[in-house]
Write a protein that binds this ligand. Structure first.
Ligand SMILES: Cc1cc2nc3c(=O)[nH]c(=O)nc-3n(C[C@H](O)[C@H](O)[C@H](O)COP(=O)(O)O)c2cc1C
Length: 353
């Protein structure tokens, strides 16, 4: 008798009364009859007898004759996502360059109907923003900005001008290119667009919500940034906003930022074009790019940036009025004045004593 190992890359779920096994490594799903489920269950308990079912289970990658598990330091959830989003067969993949172009065009054609609305508009009081003042970025050079970029946690709570906020929103989240000339030149329909950061498929599923804490010429509150019109829409007044510290996992130094921005993602934009959950990775990567652009822009204009992913999604969804939508908060970036120290004033005082 040879020892048999149940695949470490499967999980089970119920769908309409059927037991389904998902082999997430090989991207296969099977409906399981009870006898097969019971056999897998017995094998996982160390049963060393033979069964006629085993051959079929082996051929379907449900069992192995050696231990094929990998080292993994997190829980099952991340393992399923990590392995399950690798080696996804792509509709247009081919080794033949001409065929690739044809396949890719067919893919684009297929996803070009019923596309979700590209630009997001919120209902609420609109506020025009001052025109961006991009000359704010010309006083320094890229190398100096890269060297000076640093996560600061030591802010004073001083105000910044709306002019600066307008410029930051435009430079990081704005539609800084009027049209995608490289595509329109070839009569390709403009189903995607460009910003200062790249975005998977040019979809830009991210949205920016300004949390104005101390910004001149605008009331404290939460505002949605409408990128295609470069304007703000009121989402919440100051009196309806909870304290930022507890909202951001107790990082109360954030209350001395001048402003913050919750970056969300409209999942449906990505769902439409990319059917596999690997696209969740794209969204995270998109937001990483936006965040870095924000960090560099803030540094270039002589202010200090901060960033966090530590917040209660449930509370932020409520704050941004996103309940019942397919838009989710993913990240928070902040800007303020201060001494640029990595440690908050409270932390330094604590360490000194
Ligand atoms: C995805 C991500 C999440 C982060 N979360 C936090 C956070 O919750 N709180 C915080 O103070 N800094 C956070 N940071 C900042 C890092 O702590 C910081 O980048 C790191 O300490 C290196 O310092 P530097 O940015 O000054 O080079 C985060 C950074 C990234 C990229």
């Amino acid at each position: 008798m040879v020892k048999k190992y149940v695949s470490p890359f499967i999980f089970f779920f119920l769908e309409k009364g059927r037991v389904v096994v998902w082999d997430y490594k090989n991207h296969q799903q099977f409906e399981l009859e009870q006898s097969y489920f019971e056999r897998l269950s017995a094998l996982s308990q160390g049963d060393e007898t033979d069964s006629p079912i085993d051959k079929e289970l082996f051929e379907a990658n449900m069992i192995f004759y050696s231990d094929v598990d990998i080292e993994w330091g997190w829980d099952m959830l991340s393992k399923i996502f990590h392995i399950g989003t690798q080696d996804i067969p792509l509709a247009y993949n081919t080794s033949e360059p001409k065929q690739f172009i044809q396949n890719y065009m067919e893919f684009c054609e297929k996803v070009s109907t019923d596309i979700p609305c590209m630009f997001t508009e919120k209902i609420g009081v609109k506020h025009t923003l001052p025109p961006p003042n991009c000359s704010l970025f010309s006083t320094t050079d890229l190398w100096s900005v890269l060297q000076r970029r640093k996560t600061s946690r030591s802010f004073t709570g001083e105000s910044v001008s709306l002019n600066i906020i307008s410029t930051l929103l435009y430079a990081v989240f704005g539609n800084i290119h009027p049209e995608w000339a490289d595509l329109t030149e070839y009569n390709l329909s403009d189903l995607s667009y460009r910003k200062s950061s790249p975005s998977a498929g040019g979809l830009h599923p991210s949205e920016a919500y300004l949390v104005a804490l101390n910004v001149q010429d605008i009331e404290p509150g939460v505002y949605h940034y409408e990128s295609h019109t470069h304007s703000l829409t009121s989402i919440r007044e100051n009196k309806d906003i909870p304290k930022l510290g507890p909202l951001l996992a107790g990082q109360s130094f954030a209350e001395r930022l001048s402003a913050g921005i919750f970056i969300t993602a409209r999942f449906e934009k990505s769902w439409h074009k990319y059917k596999h959950s690997k696209a969740y990775n794209h969204i995270l990567l998109d937001i990483g790019h936006l965040s870095q652009t924000f960090q560099l822009c803030v540094t270039a204009i002589g202010l200090y940036p901060w960033l966090t992913a530590a917040f209660s999604e449930k509370q932020v969804i409520k704050l941004l009025k996103l309940e019942g939508t397919s838009e989710y908060p993913m990240f928070f970036v902040g800007v303020g004045k201060g001494d640029g120290h990595s440690l908050s004033q409270e932390m330094r005082e604590y360490l000194r004593n």
